[in-house]
Design a protein around this ligand. Structure first.
Ligand code: FCB
Length: 453
């Protein structure tokens, strides 16, 4: 039962949104003068990306954005989080600007505003222009300046219309999957490169933030994926393993941004691979934010294992617990834990839940083509309860964005993982709102009133 203090609903100005990213939904990467991104190139390398043939189409949002805007209206969203494809706007990454690419986003943003939906723009959701990778990508010391120049170009075109700006989406994934494990573009596998890129992404965030602020932009933030690490037992070795995993995944970005220092454990874990992190750079990385975004999907339970990589920490599957199609445990309480932690470090900074959602293999039911996805609805409601409880604890939570508006390309997993509130039929791109979409719409209409358990 909810406590007497717990509000039954959400504040009237709460943002109710859904999130997407450019590579995952747009398709048509080279249309109207756009350039190739590292993901489009990666997908052409054999064996890297499932459903590679679908990559140039994705969810065909570049051509169907008006229909998608209609879906957002039907759902009753008052905010939409999307990303800009850097190579669409600057095909070579630096220098020449492709006006037609900017015009696409201008039409989208104007359409959102007309519909009363706040445009929440992410500058970098993993799709570096391939031309910049050829010059060294995020390893290049000038990458921070490249990013700042790109941020200024987007701001000059859209600055008067965008409600919220995020510099980066989940820099940890770029570092870990893109540069340590190589399962994401650009497919590098080097611990030294990963650490350097992690630091360079923070430098780029700082440079982008400064450029946006100098141009007069407001509501600037960054989006981090945070996953609480629980020790598998009370044994000191397991507790220490959980701390290492936490320093690497959560502390690597959270701590420098909010405290001005990397977690003390990190240089030791990386040894000779730890990059130079001059005090002046750390001071710049800590410059004030207007908000912070948390992407939350799951937790992990960690055991000490000397064989498990440089962290000597292995994630243990919880066989009794429910999981989604990604094999991630469904663990709503972890969201509350993460929000408490961020609030402790960041208060009074407002927090947004910038992504939360679940993949299940849903299919139209025989009767009337309705898509019944009760597990997704339950997931969303359970996490919204955690959000509501966080508000009751005094956390300044301002909004919630479902990942994702549409079924889309889930990176290396292609079309196999479907997170959408709206089904997209890969055969003909037909859109169908799932039952979870209607459920979310009802919750929004009721001001956030949740079905009680
Ligand atoms: C997050 C990403 C998003 C999507 C979801 C499932 O890590 O930001 O693009 O892939 O996971």
């Amino acid at each position: 039962m909810s406590s007497a203090a717990e509000p039954r609903s959400f504040p009237p100005d709460f943002l109710w949104g859904a999130a997407t990213s450019a590579y995952q939904i747009e398709g048509s990467p080279l249309a109207d003068g756009g350039g190739e991104s590292i993901w489009h190139r990666f997908a052409r390398e054999p064996g890297r990306v499932r459903d590679a043939e679908a990559v140039p189409i994705a969810s065909d949002h570049y051509r169907r954005w008006q229909e998608d805007l209609g879906l957002m209206r039907t759902l009753g969203l008052n905010a939409y989080r999307f990303s800009v494809a850097w190579a669409r706007v600057m095909p070579a990454g630096t220098g020449a600007v492709n006006q037609a690419g900017l015009d696409f986003y201008r039409r989208l943003v104007d359409g959102l505003l007309t519909a009363g939906i706040r445009p929440c723009l992410t500058l970098y959701h993993w799709d570096l222009p391939a031309a910049l990778e050829d010059r060294g990508g995020w390893l290049h010391p000038d990458s921070a300046d490249w990013f700042a120049a790109y941020a200024a170009v987007v701001h000059a075109a859209l600055g008067d219309r965008v409600a919220m700006w995020a510099t980066f989406n989940e820099p940890w994934v770029v570092m870990d999957a893109g540069y340590l494990h190589g399962c994401h573009a650009p497919g590098h596998r080097s611990r030294a490169e990963a650490a350097q890129v992690g630091h360079n992404l923070l430098r780029a965030h700082a440079a982008g933030l400064a450029a946006l602020r100098a141009a007069g932009a407001r509501q600037l933030g960054i989006v981090l994926n945070l996953e609480p690490k629980y020790p598998a037992s009370e044994a000191p070795a397991d507790r220490a393993a959980a701390q290492r995993a936490d320093a690497y995944m959560n502390g690597f970005f959270l701590d420098p941004l909010l405290t001005g220092a990397y977690p003390a454990l990190l240089p030791g874990l990386f040894g000779a691979d730890w990059p130079a992190t001059p005090a002046a750079e750390l001071a710049r990385i800590r410059q004030p934010l207007d908000w912070i975004g948390v992407n939350y999907y799951t937790r992990s339970v960690v055991r000490h294992d000397p064989e498990a990589g440089f962290l000597a920490a292995a994630a243990l599957r919880q066989p009794e617990a429910p999981h989604m199609a990604t094999n991630w445990e469904i663990y709503p309480a972890g969201l509350g834990k993460v929000l408490d932690r961020v609030w402790q470090l960041a208060r009074p900074l407002p927090i947004y839940i910038t992504e939360n959602g679940a993949a299940f293999p849903d299919a139209p039911s025989a009767a009337g083509g309705r898509i019944e996805d009760p597990r997704r609805s339950d997931y969303l409601v359970a996490h919204l309860r955690e959000a509501r409880a966080a508000l009751a604890r005094g956390i300044d939570l301002r909004g919630y964005f479902v990942w994702s508006l549409l079924d889309n390309l889930e990176w290396a997993e292609g079309l196999s993982l479907r997170f959408g509130l709206v089904r997209v039929d890969p055969a003909n791109q037909e859109r169908t709102i799932k039952a979870s979409g209607y459920r979310y719409a009802e919750i929004i209409r009721a001001g956030g009133r949740l079905p009680e358990p």
